[in-house]
Design a protein around this ligand. Structure first.
Ligand SMILES: [Zn+2]
Length: 145
């Protein structure tokens, strides 16, 4: 399984940078400009993140709860059965959602003309499949479209 906890703990959100003594021009979330940017806010609570998770839930035809913490997401993935790679697929998808949101956030901050919100979901579908296939090269799957 992906080591999310380690990944999430290392993400340099604006609040995290301030905590480490780095000067930042604002602690506001670059996506909504309304809340303080923590990793949790950015990846789960922000309106953009919620829209993305909702879209993914519709795609995979599963209810995805509003996770109360990154640990909540890990527990949710782990609660799924291993049969037919369900858990591995969810792990791939969740990893890619976090990565795509974080990449989008960086584009908004550092390369705004490349931040394309309308491509977020498309990228998630594309990258999830690739991520799964790379990690499970002996398995042949058909991906739900
Ligand atoms: Zn936000």
């Amino acid at each position: 399984m992906t080591n999310w906890r380690a990944i999430l703990n290392r993400l340099p959100s604006r609040t995290q940078l301030v905590f480490r003594g780095v000067a930042v021009e604002s602690v506001l979330c670059p996506l909504c400009q309304e809340e303080e940017e923590t990793v949790y806010h950015l990846l789960f609570e922000c309106s953009t993140a919620r829209q993305v998770w909702q879209r993914v839930a519709t795609w995979i035809q599963r209810d995805i709860p509003l996770f109360d913490s990154p640990g909540g997401m890990i527990a949710w993935v782990d609660s799924h059965p291993l049969v037919r790679f369900i858990r591995v697929k969810l792990d791939s998808i969740c990893t890619v959602v976090l990565w795509v949101l974080w990449t989008y956030r960086n584009a908004k901050l550092f390369n705004p003309e490349r931040a394309k919100k309308h491509l977020l979901f498309y990228n998630i579908r594309e990258f999830s499949f690739n991520w799964f296939v790379v990690r499970n090269s002996t398995v042949r799957i058909s991906w739900v479209d």
